[in-house]
Design a protein around this ligand. Structure first.
Ligand code: AMP
Ligand code: MG
Length: 382
């Protein structure tokens, strides 16, 4: 149902410092040769190579950033540093550790160095006009560095959505403050916030809301206007204080679906309002994580231009037998180690302890019951 309604975000030009994990919406061609001039790969001496000669007269010095145009004649060398332009007439660099200096002359064993050694030639990374990063590439730090190296400061990417996180629950206290009776710590905010960061989302607004219907309505209404995507946690089940679904519907949000035959995270709500996605995640932290992983993350990645967002990370054998009741899909905290799956203890949806070592979810279909050791199970890595 989600797949049928997914559309990419609009494209936008963004500066390089804001595009980590974004997806390129244009081909990038190099506007220049890189390097744009022959330069030294070493601290040493540049000279005009002459076969069999190991003695040259020093006539000057060039450092990185220098632009003056020295011109070398036969038999001459200059002191040179890494990244400095190779002077006219020179073509080879000898590292400083390999020479002896005698007065204004350098001496070395000519057998050790071939013509052109230790020179980075103009255009040896890429030529002006070369396609260096194709459309659809994910912009990782190295890709961003490559684009910067050809002098481009902004690129066209699929826009990165702004996300509002609304944490509901009158029992919630922030970590760092002592608990009063009946309170618990709000672990969902740091979880969801960190997950968004991991996906490359930086425009994150968050607030905490007590279980009051009118207050909730007011906060949702404002955030619907201001954010591209809304993630609510808690208050979406069938309790007397679970106002999320009725309030969303009152505000005109279209319910795409409510409740999934899965454990944890059964009362998951997904809705759409003016093209914006709204997720009501059940409050238990285990449900928040598995629903985020299976439903929210694929939508966010799709908006951002990623492909194959619903794909699992493959099937692997169970390191031990497992039993489950028939009738519901399960998402289980697990650890993949040496290509074997260990389903961890403490699968209750309130219990986060397994996340100290879990690195994937195992997905077990509704009909599965007895899984002997070695059964192949589908996993989704964190
Ligand atoms: P709810 O979906 O609001 O009924 O909450 C289900 C369970 O999750 C309750 O035990 C809540 O106390 C707990 N819970 C709700 N929100 C959070 C949160 N932000 N952090 C930790 N636990 C929560
Ligand atoms: Mg609640």
């Amino acid at each position: 149902m989600i797949q049928q309604r997914l559309k990419r975000s609009a494209t936008i030009k963004l500066p390089l410092l804001e595009v980590c994990k974004a997806v390129l919406a244009e081909d990038i061609y190099s506007p220049i040769n890189v390097p744009s001039f022959d330069n030294s790969a070493m601290d040493g001496y540049a000279y005009a190579f002459q076969d069999g000669f190991g003695e040259y007269t020093l006539v000057g010095q060039v450092a990185a950033g220098d632009s003056h145009s020295l011109e070398l004649k036969q038999g001459e060398a200059v002191r040179i540093f890494t990244g400095a332009p190779i002077p006219q007439g020179a073509n080879t660099v000898i590292p400083q550790e390999k020479v002896r200096i005698n007065d204004q002359r350098i001496l070395f064993n000519p057998q050790e160095f071939a013509k052109g050694a230790n020179v980075r030639l103009e255009a040896s990374q890429c030529k002006k006009g070369d396609l260096i990063v194709p459309k659809g590439s994910i912009l990782y730090p190295g890709t961003i560095g490559l684009i910067a190296s050809v002098g481009i400061s902004e690129v066209l990417v699929y826009d990165i959505p702004s996300v509002g996180i609304l944490i509901t629950g009158s029992e919630l206290q922030s970590p760092g403050i002592p608990l009063s009776p009946g309170q618990i710590y709000n672990s969902n905010l740091p979880t969801v916030y960190s997950y968004l960061k991991l996906l490359g989302i930086d425009k994150i607004h968050h607030e905490q809301i007590t279980d009051h219907r009118e207050l909730l309505k007011d906060r949702i209404q404002e955030n619907l206007q201001k954010q591209d995507v809304l993630i609510l946690t808690g208050g979406v089940s069938v309790g007397e204080y679970d106002f999320v679904k009725p309030v969303l519907e009152e505000l005109g949000v279209e319910t795409l679906f409510y409740k999934v035959n899965q454990k944890p995270g059964k009362p998951l709500y997904v809705g759409i309002w003016k093209g914006k996605w709204i997720f009501g995640l059940p409050g238990n932290p285990g449900s928040v994580l598995s629903c985020f992983h299976q439903f929210v993350k694929p939508v966010l990645l799709y908006l951002m231009g990623h492909e194959e967002v619903f794909k699992s990370d493959g099937v692997f054998p169970l390191a031990h037998p497992w039993k489950k009741k028939k009738g519901m899909s399960h998402f289980l905290k697990a650890k993949i180690d040496q290509a074997e799956i260990h389903i961890l203890d403490g699968q209750e949806s309130f219990n986060l302890l397994a996340f100290s070592s879990a690195n994937c979810f195992v997905f077990l279909e509704e009909e599965m019951t007895e899984l002997p050791i070695g059964s192949m199970v589908e996993i989704f890595k964190f």
